[in-house]
Write a protein that binds this ligand. Structure first.
Ligand SMILES: Nc1ncnc2c1ncn2[C@@H]1O[C@H](COP(=O)(O)OP(=O)(O)OP(=O)(O)O)[C@@H](O)[C@H]1O
Length: 386
């Protein structure tokens, strides 16, 4: 993987404030999902603000695709086009009187033609599931809706890297799940995603790499397994171990056989507990039905559900969710959909995943990987147009 951003010994002190960053070093590779994890005041937001030039380090270098970043207007403009930043509080970001104008702000500033502005806004709003809100004043929207508009404003500029400061803060559980789902969707479409969070439960299953911060320093970085396994470092960062990992370690201490893969989800955990029990049994599992939202007419999903005795339905991606909404299909899962459907299959129940694009492949790969690891045979039935 090629390195897209690199931070070398970054130091920063706020004017009349503390030394917020005390020498930060790390790399971000293209296509990674990185979580900067730390307690309040660790320096996460300050660090993120460096990534698209909103703050300039007192010393140290930031390299963007190998070149040392220079803070003149031309370079800053280019960097901000390539690195989109979504603030923790959408009110900081949303400035225009209507949703359309707000999302159009970036593309207009980048000098896009009127047609390109219109199509970028349309596409971005549809991506975040906010089509139809164009004329609404942003201050009348809910917190979750504002967050989506703020995300659309950034997506409309089509950046390579997306930086989210505390993406789920102030959102209810469903809103948080939706936002994390959107982040995954962006990642699958090829974006590099960097988030900051103090929520270890969120970072542990989501990130490819975790950067653990405390007091303006990086304590450690690595895979979520490596970082969260280091109890003393996690404790010194004033954070806790993810619950699933803690449960797993307690069971290992009580004599459960250890596993090569640490449990990242309820499914992984159930699998660990069950694996010996089911090995010899001829269990018939439930099936996972898969509908490509790009390949079915509106109205036909409900029919399919009735015909196939589906017990639970999950949707991944805004198009799938929109189709479910149009057909008034109540969704059981909107986040962690594949694992939740695998759990249903273990319970001999058939489920349905509606999705599209690159996520079709992802469902197939995840189920294949689960079958290989657990020596089971959960079947995927893909909907085919007659
Ligand atoms: N604008 C500012 N002026 C002065 N000091 C600041 C400013 N913003 C942040 N700080 C200080 O810098 C340090 C790092 O803050 P930062 O917001 O980067 O931490 P954080 O890890 O993002 O925390 P949180 O999770 O609470 O958002 C803190 O001590 C904070 O008080």
């Amino acid at each position: 993987m090629s390195t897209i951003l690199e931070l070398k010994n970054i130091k920063y002190k706020y004017p009349n404030g503390p030394e917020a960053l005390k020498g930060i070093n790390f790399r971000i590779d293209k296509g990674e999902k990185i979580a900067i994890v730390g307690a309040n005041g660790a320096g996460k937001s300050t660090l993120l603000l460096m990534l698209n030039g909103m703050l300039k380090p007192d010393s140290g270098d930031i390299l963007f695709t190998g070149e040392i970043f220079r803070y003149d207007r031309k370079n800053l403009r280019e960097l901000r086009r390539k690195v989109g930043f979504v603030f923790q509080n959408p009110d900081t970001q949303i400035i225009a009187p209507t949703v359309y104008q707000d999302v159009a702000f970036g593309p207009v500033n980048l000098g896009y033609s009127d047609d390109k502005v219109r199509s970028s806004v349309k596409e971005a709003l549809s991506y975040v599931g906010m089509s139809g809100f164009e004329r609404r004043p942003p201050h009348q929207l809910s917190g979750g809706e504002k967050k989506r508009v703020a995300m659309a404003g950034i997506l409309a500029m089509n950046p390579d890297i997306l930086v989210f400061d505390e993406p789920t803060s102030a959102l209810d559980p469903a809103g948080s799940e939706d936002v994390m789902e959107l982040l995954d969707e962006m990642h699958i479409s090829g974006k590099t995603i960097i988030i900051s969070t103090h929520d270890v439960e969120l970072a542990y299953p989501w990130a490819d790499r975790v950067v653990l911060m405390q007091g303006g320093r990086v304590l450690t970085e690595g895979t979520p397994d490596d970082v969260f396994h280091n109890k003393s470092l996690v404790k010194s960062a004033k954070l806790s171990i993810p619950v699933l990992l803690e449960l797993y370690e307690s069971l290992i201490e009580r004599g459960m056989e250890s596993s090569k893969r640490l449990p990242k989800s309820v499914l992984d955990f159930v699998h660990l507990l069950e694996r010996d029990l089911y090995e010899d049994l001829k269990i018939k599992y439930g099936k996972i039905h898969l509908i490509d939202a790009d390949n079915i007419e509106v109205g036909n999903i409900s029919q399919y559900i009735t015909k196939n005795r589906i017990s639970s339905i999950g949707a991944m991606g805004s198009k799938a969710k929109l189709m479910a909404e149009i057909e008034k299909i109540e969704l059981d899962f909107t986040y962690g959909v594949i694992d939740k459907c695998l759990l249903k299959a273990m319970n001999k129940k058939d489920s349905l995943i509606i999705t599209n694009g690159g996520m079709i492949k992802r469902v197939n790969e995840r189920v294949k990987c689960f079958n290989e690891e657990s020596k089971r045979n959960v079947e995927i039935i893909e909907f085919k147009k007659e």
